[in-house]
Design a protein around this ligand. Structure first.
Ligand SMILES: Nc1ncnc2c1ncn2[C@@H]1O[C@H](COP(=O)(O)OP(=O)(O)OP(=O)(O)O)[C@@H](O)[C@H]1O
Ligand SMILES: [Mg+2]
Length: 247
């Protein structure tokens, strides 16, 4: 297993030997990874492998016990989440997190504020988001709670984009969605990749991941990286075997 990829330009997010724990329970052991602009790295592994814990360590929702997280070469390991957001690192958390009692528009405005978008630019930024996700434009005055699960996931992604990230961490965006929304989510992520974002995507749908969306794949097992390779070098069987081999 190569420890790092052949050089493909400077990483935007450079993670070295990161450990994340809950009290004495270490859930992520010395994980390293690099994200580059215009690329999607898929993070897969069975339930409890440590995927969400790693994502939460990288975005600052959980403390990193040791190791470093560099964004653009600057150490952000100890910064709170909001400070990472303002530097361009944003998360779409597991489970379609939106402010349910707020309207679609007000959810997006919170994202814009988090990203430091000035008041004067607010309307044009909202229009850009509605152009990307027309369903949100149609429903901008509705409460988020009244959207379908798929629409809420689009809103969660759009709110993250409102912060104008360069690095996006996305935790199981397709989970529990109808197939039509799964396709929309993957299309949206592919478009963002093509616009130059660096994306870390936690995903259970291994065929979707290997079917073209991800450039690199990392398999986590019990908090450790067990496979790290280009997606094009791996078959669905290879990945499934590495995910479940230790059961
Ligand atoms: N708040 C917590 N307190 C203590 N242990 C936790 C907590 N959250 C997760 N864990 C443990 O940390 C380990 C990793 O969990 P994590 O949620 O990161 O896995 P995951 O790969 O995201 O799983 P899933 O595919 O189910 O989302 C598991 O052993 C889990 O039980
Ligand atoms: Mg998880």
């Amino acid at each position: 297993m190569p420890d790092s990829y052949p050089d493909r330009g400077a990483p935007l997010l450079d993670v070295t030997d990161v450990r994340v724990a809950y009290g004495d329970l270490v859930a992520v052991w010395e994980v390293s990874l690099q994200l580059r602009p215009g690329g999607i790295t898929a993070l897969v592994g069975r339930n409890g492998a440590g995927k969400t814990t790693l994502i939460n360590g990288l975005c600052g929702l959980l403390p990193v016990r040791s190791g470093t997280v560099l964004l653009d070469g600057r150490d952000i390991t100890a910064l709170p989440p909001w400070a990472r957001v303002s530097r361009g690192l944003t998360v779409v958390q597991e489970g379609k997190r939106v402010f349910r009692e707020l309207t679609v528009r007000d959810n997006l405005v919170l994202g814009l504020r988090g990203g430091g978008v000035k008041r004067g630019e607010r309307e044009s930024e909202l229009e850009r988001l509605y152009a990307r996700f027309p369903i949100l434009g149609d429903r901008q005055r509705q409460r988020a709670a009244d959207l379908s699960g798929g629409q809420q996931q689009m809103l969660a992604i759009a709110t993250a984009l409102a912060t104008r990230p360069r690095v996006l961490l996305v935790d199981e965006p397709s989970s529990g969605l109808a197939p039509v929304f799964v396709d929309l989510v993957f299309e949206a992520l592919a478009a963002l990749r093509d616009e130059g974002l660096a994306i870390l995507l936690v995903e259970q749908l291994v065929d979707e991941v290997l079917g073209g969306i991800a450039e690199d794949v990392i398999v986590l097992d019990r908090g450790r990286v067990v496979v790290r390779d280009r997606a094009s070098n791996l078959s669905v069987e290879d990945v499934a075997t590495s995910i479940y081999s230790s059961l």
